[in-house]
Design a binder for this molecule. Structure first.
Ligand SMILES: NC(=O)C1=CN([C@@H]2O[C@H](COP(=O)(O)OP(=O)(O)OC[C@H]3O[C@@H](n4cnc5c(N)ncnc54)[C@H](OP(=O)(O)O)[C@@H]3O)[C@@H](O)[C@H]2O)C=CC1
Ligand SMILES: CC(C)(CO)C(=O)C(=O)O
Length: 300
């Protein structure tokens, strides 16, 4: 398969690097990472080990973006720009692995080429040309509206050919909302309390994370997705347990003074809740505090 990975930072370099063991991959990345990959290849270290030579560019032409599959791995807030650039090429299928509700921005530019995706692999960009796998997870792809899908099966098979753990999921809407509940609970609370995920196994942070997850489930149901409060809370507990020593991506953003994905996570729950008349006081408060931090940003 001809695959473009748009936004090859941590996750995109890991997934794109692993796919390059079997497929023709182009990474759209920033310098100096892109330059190093183009010159000396990409090293995958940590829990997996590979040295591959995908193409890499910072400035893709429409020809570069013409492919069988475009994976979007930018931060949620860069999705709209990524979609506009991808629309200059001709990709058969586009699939985002970003956290948060980002499909609106993709569909607006790319229409029914868009599949939903989610990833639980862990990745960190060590430096130019090297990405560390911090957790071997799983990738799911499927139709935005759910249901069996030949094209999702094709994408999943291509991932598996390259040795990635990937399944087509006919219940992708539920999976995405469950992941949103996990991120709404864990990311926002750990970023504000400045604790590792494991700190939410007990105590006051656990209660706030559960409330945020329950609200997300309520909004999901109003949106037509069958996610119970109990399932959303159980998903938070499972991820807290499995990633106890992790600093969530939002905590990492706050500690590094970077921009957070608050709009696509807590903010998206609030906005979608408002569309359906569902109150989301916990997510509203978490989003407001994260945005207040973003405005003034003390990091030490
Ligand atoms: N890292 C992980 O383990 C996981 C991450 N995720 C999700 O995946 C998404 C990506 O996360 P992560 O990989 O950590 O983030 P990164 O910031 O490491 O990667 C995104 C990369 O995309 C680049 N980028 C953005 N726009 C462009 C553009 N127009 N052209 C070229 N490059 C561009 C960014 O550059 P710049 O910063 O300079 O704009 C950055 O290098 C997030 O939504 C995250 O929540 C999900 C599961 C696991
Ligand atoms: C699953 C979790 C919460 C792991 O830390 C994550 O997705 C993140 O940090 O963004």
């Amino acid at each position: 398969m001809d695959i473009v990975v748009f936004g090859a930072g941590a996750l995109g370099s890991l997934v794109g690097g692993l796919l390059a063991r079997e497929h023709h991959v182009t990474l759209v990345a920033r310098d100096p990472h892109a330059q190093r990959v183009a010159g000396q290849g990409l090293r995958v270290t940590g829990e997996l080990d590979a040295h591959v030579r995908p193409r890499a560019t910072t400035d893709p032409t429409p020809d570069d973006l013409t492919c069988d599959l475009a994976l979007v791995t930018v931060k949620a807030y860069d999705t709209a720009e990524a979609a506009r650039t991808l629309a200059t090429g001709d990709s058969d299928v586009v699939c985002s692995l970003s956290n948060g509700l980002t499909e609106g921005a993709l569909v607006a530019e790319l229409g029914d080429r868009v599949l939903a995706g989610s990833a639980t692999y862990g990745a960190e960009l060590v430096g130019p040309g090297e990405v560390r796998c911090t957790g071997v997870g799983r990738i799911h792809v499927g139709e935005l509206a759910g249901g069996e899908s030949e094209r999702a099966e094709r994408v999943a098979a291509a991932f598996r050919e390259a040795g990635l753990d990937c399944e087509a999921d006919p219940a992708m809407p539920r999976r995405r909302w469950e992941k949103l509940a996990v991120n709404a609970g864990i990311n926002a609370v750990t970023a504000l309390a400045r604790v590792e995920n494991g700190a939410l196994a007990e105590g006051p942070g656990r209660d706030v994370a559960h409330r945020a997850a329950r609200e997300t489930a309520r909004v999901a149901r109003a949106d037509g997705v069958d996610l119970t409060d109990d399932a959303a809370v159980a998903a938070v507990d499972t991820v807290v347990d499995e990633t106890a020593a992790n600093r969530s991506s939002m905590l990492q953003d706050v500690l590094s003074g970077g921009r957070t994905e608050v709009d696509a996570i807590s903010g998206a729950v609030v906005d979608r809740g408002a569309d359906h008349g569902v109150a989301t006081p916990t997510n509203r408060t978490l989003a407001a505090l994260l945005r207040a931090w973003g405005a003034d940003g003390i990091t030490e």
